[in-house]
Design a protein around this ligand. Structure first.
Ligand code: NAD
Length: 385
């Protein structure tokens, strides 16, 4: 029987429901208390999930809690993670690690000094889709990856989010901080660390109108660029063009395409766990499909659309696996998969994209990380119910 760690949740917003649902799949954690800067949000969450709501400070000092689950907004990730570590708790945060590299580096240093674990979403790269792509790449099905394209583009959250302003704020806004972590972590998982970034950005419109909730019809100012075209050179020589945009009404571009010396591969949505990998080895021939719906973390478990948790109607969503794997790693003295150096490296790429676009010149990536290892069935079995 796996040893169950007690978790204290800070940040009782939209994504929290997904982590409570993760209790169904993983065997080694239990969220026992919650807190939020907004007491009402914490009380509401406590009522729904029949747990105790306390203040943020009480939670941080609670002797029964080993790990803090930090589901606050991106600009609060740093301070909550820092306070968790200073209170001798391991911490697992939603993406990104922080909103700037300096803060991210400080967190990693602090965790090392305190001999505590730091873990960070996204954990979607541990899902069937990205792992199947990794397996096929490692088997050299398309040979060495020379080039590729990754695209995330949609019109922005203002139509369906009652408080969309943070997505368009000066420091923590924009599509690179919001959606970049999924795409960049998936690419690092497949290709290894990045070396250099060149980027160009633009702001689609100066004002947006809120489409839902009490502020419906109110317009607000867009304070950051909302479209980025970036070219990332990886240490292994692959060059990938990444489009991240809040200015596109609709499109039919694939999420990630990789072009190798022996063929091309389509990698499924890195914001989700499942989806099929497609491979084509000859111009004009049909694409071969590699399904992932029989894989443990690719099996469809979602059958209804939820914009609260970013879920499409039928898909696999096993968010929380990164937290569970971190707990297993703590208990077995291993390096966790969604670890600090991976999330710091991804934050480094995010910042480099921003800086490169601003300065109109190439930016070197200065942090290092290991290319993540394959998530084996044995490892998955040890944490799943
Ligand atoms: N909603 C999604 O679909 C989704 C999906 C994946 C990841 N995420 C990530 O999860 C995180 C949370 O997203 P969300 O959509 O749940 O946001 P949200 O705004 O719905 O909830 C965030 C909560 O954190 C609280 N909070 C903010 N600052 C705090 C602080 N300093 N101390 C304590 N509480 C604080 C807020 O009061 C709020 O209740 C973000 O990092 C986001 O990128 C969200």
């Amino acid at each position: 029987m796996a040893k169950v760690f007690n978790i204290g949740l800070i940040g009782c917003g939209h994504i929290a429901e997904t982590y409570f649902r993760a209790h169904k799949y993983f065997n080694n954690f239990k969220i026992i208390k919650c807190a939020d800067i907004n007491k009402k949000a914490a009380d509401n969450c406590a009522k729904i999930y029949k747990i105790k709501s306390v203040s943020v400070n009480e939670l941080l000092k609670d002797k029964d809690i080993k790990v803090i689950l930090n589901l606050t907004i991106p600009k609060a990730h740093y301070i909550i993670a820092k306070k968790s570590l200073l209170n001798n708790k391991h911490v697992y945060s939603e993406k990104p690690l922080a909103i700037n590299l300096k803060d991210g580096k400080e967190l990693i240093k602090l965790a090392k000094r305190k001999k505590l674990y730091i873990g960070n979403a996204p954990d979607t790269f541990l899902g069937g889709g990205n792992q199947k792509a990794k397996e096929l790449l490692d088997k050299k099905l398309i040979g060495k990856v020379k080039f590729g394209n990754a695209t995330f583009a949609f019109p922005g959250v203002q139509s369906y989010h009652p408080n969309p302003e943070p997505w368009f704020a000066k420091k923590e806004g924009g599509p690179v901080i919001d959606m970049g972590p999924y795409y960049l972590t998936a690419l690092v998982n497949l290709l290894g660390p990045a070396e250099e970034v060149r980027s160009i950005s633009a702001k689609g419109v100066d004002k947006r109108v809120i489409g839902i909730g009490p502020k419906k019809g109110k317009s607000f100012k867009v304070q950051c660029p909302t479209t980025y075209f970036s070219t990332i050179k990886f240490k292994n020589g692959s060059i990938i063009r990444v489009t991240l945009s809040f200015d596109v009404i609709s499109h039919l571009r694939n999420h990630i395409e990789l072009y190798g010396e022996k063929g091309s591969m389509i990698v499924p949505d890195p914001n989700m766990f499942g989806g099929s990998v497609l491979v084509n080895n000859k111009l004009g021939s049909s694409w071969k499909t590699y399904k992932t719906n029989n894989m443990k973390l690719g099996k469809i478990n979602i059958r209804s659309q939820s914009s609260r948790a970013n879920e499409s109607p039928t898909n696999a969503n096993y968010r929380g696996v990164g937290l569970s794997e971190m707990i297993f790693s703590i208990q077995n003295k291993k390096i966790n998969k969604c670890n600090g150096s991976l999330s710091l490296h991804v934050l480094n790429i995010i910042e480099a994209i921003h800086v490169s676009a601003k300065k109109n010149k190439a930016e070197k990536i200065t942090t290092k990380c290991e290319k993540p290892k394959f998530f084996t069935n044995k490892e998955i079995n040890s944490i799943m119910k």
